[in-house]
Design a protein. Structure first.
Length: 200
């Protein structure tokens, strides 16, 4: 990425990208001690998102990697399947690998996004979508995406189902640390939804 492209990304957009990437990281694999320590060091303000971040920090301070790995496995892997299926296709159609995934793959191709060679999950999983949004904002797939492009992608692939997923994550019987992750995701996506609504 050129220096000119880096300068064009506003600090608030970098923060948005960081939060998308942070959620993607937490949802792609159970956090190790270093990531738990980073979560524990977060602080929030009195906004809904700030309180959710403070809640995540509080839970992370008393969490251990082994316990969080068991929680992650129960939520997303399980014996046969986890408590939750974090895929757009499942949330929108009740089945995996359906039209939402095909539409996403088409849009990814148009934007120059490809699935990493070592990733075998369908691309419409929540972790990948969070990482895609973060990458679009800062230009990981070429030039930084325009706000209009971000709004279109968000509206097509995230808004219709991800808030429901984060609500389910908050209430899942196996959620402890991930209940707090659900709160952060839900609060953040509400801010994003409202901000996109206000753009032309």
């Amino acid at each position: 990425m050129s220096a000119a492209e880096q300068i064009q990304i506003a600090s608030e957009d970098r923060l948005r990208a960081d939060l998308y990437n942070f959620l993607g990281l937490l949802l792609s694999a159970p956090p190790d001690q270093m990531l738990l320590d980073q979560c524990a060091g977060l602080s929030g303000d009195e906004s809904d998102l700030g309180r959710a971040i403070a809640g995540l920090a509080s839970v992370a301070r008393v969490s251990k990697p082994r316990g969080v790995q068991s929680e992650f496995n129960a939520l997303f892997i399980g014996l046969g399947r986890g408590e939750l299926l974090p895929y757009a296709s499942y949330y929108l159609t009740g089945f995996l690998n359906e039209k939402p995934l095909a539409r996403l793959r088409s849009d990814m191709g148009q934007m120059g996004m490809t699935r990493a060679a070592n990733v075998f999950e369908p691309e419409d999983n929540i972790a990948s979508l969070m990482e895609m949004m973060g990458g679009m904002i800062v230009g990981r797939f070429g030039a930084p995406a325009t706000l209009a492009s971000q709004k279109t992608f968000f509206g097509a692939h995230i808004a219709p189902w991800a808030p429901h997923f984060f609500t389910d994550l908050r209430g899942a019987k196996n959620s402890v640390l991930y209940a707090a992750v659900g709160d952060v995701g839900r609060a953040f996506l509400e801010i994003e939804r409202e901000a996109f609504r206000l753009t032309a």
